[in-house]
Write a protein that binds this ligand. Sequence first.
Ligand SMILES: [Zn+2]
Length: 365
Amino acid sequence: MTVWFFIDNKELLVFKRIEKNKCLTHLKIKKMKSRFILYLVSKSNNQWLSFQRFGNKKLFVCLLLVIAVFLMQCSSSDKNISDHSETGEVPQINEDIFEESWLEAKTGNMPLVISAPHGGEISPQEISNRACGTNSRDNNTAQLSLEIENVFNQYGKQPYLIVAQIARTKIDLNRDLSEATCGNSLMNTTWNRYHQYIEEALASAIKEFGYALYIDLHGQSHPVRRLELGYLLSKLDLKDNYDQTNPNATLAEKSSIKNLLELNGNLNFRELLIGENALGTLLQNAGFPSVPSLDDPFPQADDPYFNGGYNTRRYTSSDHPKVFGLQIEANFQGVRDSEENRKKFSEAFVQSIMNYLDFLDVQNN
Ligand SMILES: [Zn+2]
């Protein structure tokens, strides 16, 4: 049973307040077991305010009484409501469901913003599973991002962090809104809030340091065990980069580091992908094979490879001229499969990032 509360058209306000009441949260969970929809209508704000003055137990009893009274009256009391019931329509609720615990956002003190959209495990029953796209979890990537944070902290540094704790089965936070929610408007606030956190993190880093390195952290299970660094370049693009069959500028323009080349004109695009100081090479040298890198400059044609998704495209576009970055798809074994390996990887990652930022030498301008 779903209960919609309408009080002088202030249904959203009241619905939110009800969500925060433990007694009624219980009622809300129970109600999901039936498809019956109850419309509860009160005539004035005063009635709701008078509920508030009761304790939780009294409020609960009072609501049960109101529901009972309403059930007796509903056949004749409100034309609009009975119209809805007859047509089977659910009235539009403009506010959706959001819990702070679904997203974790931390402010940083360095020009690094890390998001981890696919590692969440919170799976609220009242939200139906996504019926489009892919629902698989990037196992342990939320923990991995927090371990990376721990290691940075040992150096007195704190990256900006935006970690989804809500499961991908409920929302995909690396897709545009329609695919992220598969049209379930209950999840709109979660999506908006997640991206608001990233936007705010980037703006804060840029204000402080003049630029931001953005990393969208994921997990993959492809046969070749290595980190896949996604710069929005295809396998063929990466091969062209290695063979130098395509002018640097053409590839650079479509890549997720094009803004970096504007920020520091001395950097060489090809070297940034497969040179001595490319991030992939630094990670490779720290014990974590990566593609592209000096030793592994491009995936073979039949190798599955992720080259970057919605978040990487969005936040490294010309709309964010002071941001550059990449998607990192971490393999499971040896990287994120155990606490010990997450620690090992995080050590290597933090060292590599610090060396990378030193090499990039982007001046605060
Ligand atoms: Zn992912």
